[in-house]
Design a protein. Sequence first.
Length: 329
Amino acid sequence: MAEKRKADDAEPITAQEPKKAKSDGTTTQEDPHWATPLSSFQGFEMIKILNDHPKNKSVFVHGKFRGHEEEAVVILEKTPFSEETLPFALSGETKLKVGLKNDIYGNYHGTPPAQVNGIKVSVVYPATPKHLVKYSQQQTYLVQETGDDYRNITLPFLQAEAFRIQWVYNILEHKQESERIVFEDPDKETGFILLPDMKWDLKQVNDLYLIAIVHKHGIKSLRDLTAEHLPLLHNILKKGQEAIQEKFSIPPCKLRIYLHYQPSYYHLHVHFTHLNFDAPGTGVERAHLLSDVIEHLEIMPDYYSKKTLAFCLRENDQLLAEFRKAGRV
Ligand code: GTA
């Protein structure tokens, strides 16, 4: 019998005991049906397009699998070209259908061979109502959160409503994605794991996206950082840059290294993206460069408990309702 997850994804963000998970991704009879990796979209029934980004060539779809009650969010994204795959695209195997031919100008519809025709697929299954809100197109509003707003409005809300971070514990305990780890410093205070972000398919370095997840538990976000965390932050910056240079030959001057505020997952992590890649969440209302964070804490040890931080909230975001209730938006 399939295990039914709570409709609400909420889980306390502190002091939770990580649940057990298998390291090899295999499943057993007792596992819920959704624990098995998908091999196709057989039986998928689309309910709604939640969001659509023609510029990024991605679409966010809400759906279900026939015969199962859990809902899913599927993200489909066309992948960039790379130097390695271009020879396959520009070969006799790519069939061309002429759309327009005028003097020296031509437009065609091309059907390239399978190896260059892949799409990136991300699936959240079972998806909760909070995931549907997160991936839906909505009006956004800029909020100016003071230190007091954080303590009085945001923090109590987070403690009750944050997204599950079981996936983070699975990585830190080498129960999942261990084969993908690029670098690990196991120190309990200053250590971290650097690995490819879920959004990167590792096919080409021009959209490189890695995350460094700290080993230390209990640092929820930028707001919790003080000068006490400077050794941790310096360590992530230095060793993260070195590891990326060594493994992907990308120098520090080609990396954008930042934290999100607000993040979606309240266990401290740092994003490393290629400077040429316009990754989601790099706008001034969300991304905080790690080098700036370090400098702010060096100048003022409790900077982030005092600083007013701006971020966007979406119309259906419960936190926006809390800010409205408090007359802060
Ligand atoms: N390796 O299991 C995981 C995993 N999960 C569950 C999340 N991440 C994971 N990485 C690994 N394994 O960059 C990654 C996320 C994200 C980071 C958490 O951890 O990909 P954050 O806490 O600051 O949260 O970072 P963030 O950035 O909001 O999360 P997310 O999911 O990236 O959403 C941000 C927005 O980006 C979304 O609202 C959506 O508009 C867009 N987006 C999300 N996923 C995709 C996608 N696959 N393709 C395109 N756009 C996307």
